[in-house]
Write a protein that binds this ligand. Sequence first.
Ligand SMILES: [Zn+2]
Ligand SMILES: [Zn+2]
Length: 236
Amino acid sequence: MDLWGRITAIKGNQIAISLESREELASLSLFTTEEQPQVVVSVQDERHISKIQRKKAYAVIGEIADYTGYIPQEAKEWMKFLFTMETGNPYFSFADTDMTTAREFISFLLEYALKYHIPMRHSALTYQDDLDRYMYQSLKYRSCVICGKHADVHHLDTIGMGNNRDLVDHRNKHLIALCRERHQLAHQLGWQTFKEKYHVKGIILDPQMLNQLGIMTYKRMKEIDDEQRKSYRQTN
Ligand SMILES: [Zn+2]
Ligand SMILES: [Zn+2]
């Protein structure tokens, strides 16, 4: 069995691993009766396609297969085909590809899963291999970065300008897609704590992206700029 998590502390020859959730351990007793079961901890190698990347890719393919009804082998070939079509990357083999291609492929798979709201056993946050890209995809599909539920766009930087709440300016602000529940939690815990707890980050989108993703229209940007100019004139 594979447990998915992060090494969160190292002390002498001991490591602490925090898993995505407690449920990870629920079925542990089905696998072993040993008090101190033997494990091999694979740490991501940042140069070659790693065992973890391969596991991530296969795990997401497995989720897609379950959802679509294909067998995993078919889903894998189909997704690889779509990937090469869409990205122009040459056909690759998991046995010997490089880390960058593997990373792109995992992002591609996750985008597919987010786009079709495919329910998954693990959080997509656990499977992602490129945090910036995943944060972006979650904003694009309004999918909570932690649980995948429908999300709103959350501002990390305080909303500074204007009293008009309809004119919220998303430009040059760190944004993150969070469901209502996690959004409240983010406010409760404070961003710093929240960010460290979940290993997430906010990203800044340029005006073109904001418009394209339907977060903020060019019209609204202009309204805000006009209003700001007006109030500037009034106070000066
Ligand atoms: Zn959520
Ligand atoms: Zn908020």
